[in-house]
Design a protein around this ligand. Structure first.
Ligand code: PNS
Length: 160
């Protein structure tokens, strides 16, 4: 069975990698799909997000990383994906993720599988990590080391 782990990954965090790693234990193949729709302002360009994910998942042989635009359900159809895998951190995630799972099922019938995130990472999101890092907080333990370095470098460029 082939699963997709979709997201913006701006940038990839240890929370994302926890979900992707655990998805590899359930599915033979995992495609990490990086959404590159232009709806939100991003800190990293699509190619940068893809490169960081490829490096961060290099030790997971059943994982490949692809970019996508348009509907996730179209990506699933084009890539023969059996299920969408999402991490659920909290009840807050549930409301939003339920609507997306139901909409995606309505569109093509694709199933969504939720994995509860590890409790130690349940407060981690790319947006909070960026906000805290931009204000000088220490987020080093929440990202792969090379991603943390790139985050600090990008924030310094933006601030300069
Ligand atoms: O990391 P994010 O920003 O929470 O990821 C959201 C993402 C990319 C998974 C979601 O926005 C998505 O699936 N976008 C693709 C466009 C689409 O299919 N929209 C309808 C969703 S029901």
């Amino acid at each position: 069975m082939r699963a997709v782990c979709p997201g913006s990954f701006d940038p990839v965090t240890l929370g994302h990698l926890d979900v992707v790693t655990r998805a590899t234990k359930v599915f033979e193949e995992v495609v990490v799909a990086v959404g590159v729709n232009r709806s939100k302002s991003r800190l990293f360009e699509p190619e940068e997000r893809l490169d960081m994910l490829r490096e961060a998942t290099a030790d997971l042989p059943s994982v490949r990383v692809e970019g996508f635009t348009g509907l996730l359900t179209d990506f699933c159809t084009a890539h023969g994906v059996d299920a969408i895998v999402k991490g659920l951190r909290s009840g807050g995630d549930y409301e939003y993720e339920l609507a997306m799972a139901q909409m995606n099922a309505h569109l093509t019938g694709v199933e969504t599988v939720w994995l509860p995130t590890s409790p130690s990472l349940s407060y981690v999101s790319s947006s909070l990590v960026k906000e805290v890092a931009a204000l000088g907080g220490d987020v080093a333990a929440l990202l792969p080391g090379f991603v943390h370095e790139r985050l600090l470098a990008r924030l310094a460029e933006r601030a300069g």
